[in-house]
Design a protein around this ligand. Structure first.
Ligand SMILES: [Zn+2]
Length: 235
């Protein structure tokens, strides 16, 4: 995990300069100390705590910059987010947050890299070894390392912070397809009678044909997304 610690240290030094810290080395020492505390208090490896602190700081920097210059479109926005086999839970939350995520459940690392490059996607991986690949180090394949031991909502917040994403109207929670409104009458035979009595808005997934409505499950997911304080407005 040394390489992650080294990478985070470099990013901290860069951030201290960007923030215009009067004593950059003190700021870096403080952030390193914070990561050590998180690591000890929550029993997570130091590398993971460092990535977590780094993601929060990067998010802070972005908000600081946006206040001064206005919000630029994120380079990652609209690009597919390829999730490795271990990130199925994250992929579903990304769909709920309106992101075009693809869960590559059967791909090994090499296939994943190849497919992500072909699709012009951003790669989300739990495998820190993958960060060593030249294509990742050179920045040709934008990649976010997601610590597998983080809770899934923490993983989501980290990806949003690192890529500067915004909440968008939810996608299909089964396959990530786009949801389009559909006339209630056209799908009447598929709506459970109790739901039909109190809801008028229904949506069809353009990929798998699944039927969705803003019931209690949908509301619960949206309120958890709002509670994370992510930017943008969920549907
Ligand atoms: Zn679907």
């Amino acid at each position: 995990m040394r390489r992650i610690q080294k990478a985070c240290l470099q990013r901290f030094e860069q951030l201290a300069q960007r923030f215009g810290a009067r004593r950059p080395e003190q700021a870096v020492a403080l952030w390193m100390q914070k990561a050590r505390e998180i690591s000890e208090n929550h029993g997570v490896p130091l590398a993971e705590a460092l990535v977590w602190v780094d993601a929060r700081l990067q998010g802070k920097w972005r908000r600081f910059r946006w206040r001064r210059q206005g919000r630029p479109p994120s380079a990652a926005s609209g690009r597919a987010l390829f999730c490795d086999a271990g990130l199925g839970g994250l992929a579903r939350w990304l769909w709920a947050a309106g992101q075009p995520a693809v869960w590559c459940r059967d791909a090994d690392d090499s296939q994943l890299v190849r497919r992500a490059l072909q699709a012009g996607a951003v790669l989300l991986t739990t495998d820190s070894l993958l960060l060593e690949r030249r294509v990742v180090r050179s920045g040709r394949l934008p990649t976010v390392w997601v610590p597998p031991t983080l809770r899934v909502t923490e993983q989501l917040a980290l990806v949003f912070d690192q890529l500067g994403l915004q909440l968008l109207p939810p996608r299909c929670m089964r396959c990530g397809g786009r949801l389009c409104p559909v006339e209630k009458a056209a799908v009447a035979d598929r709506i459970p009678p109790r739901t039909a009595r109190w809801l008028e808005e229904f949506f069809l997934c353009q990929s798998c044909g699944g039927l969705f409505w803003k019931g209690t499950h949908w509301q619960r997911i949206l309120s958890r997304l709002r509670a994370l304080g992510l930017p943008g407005a969920p549907g």
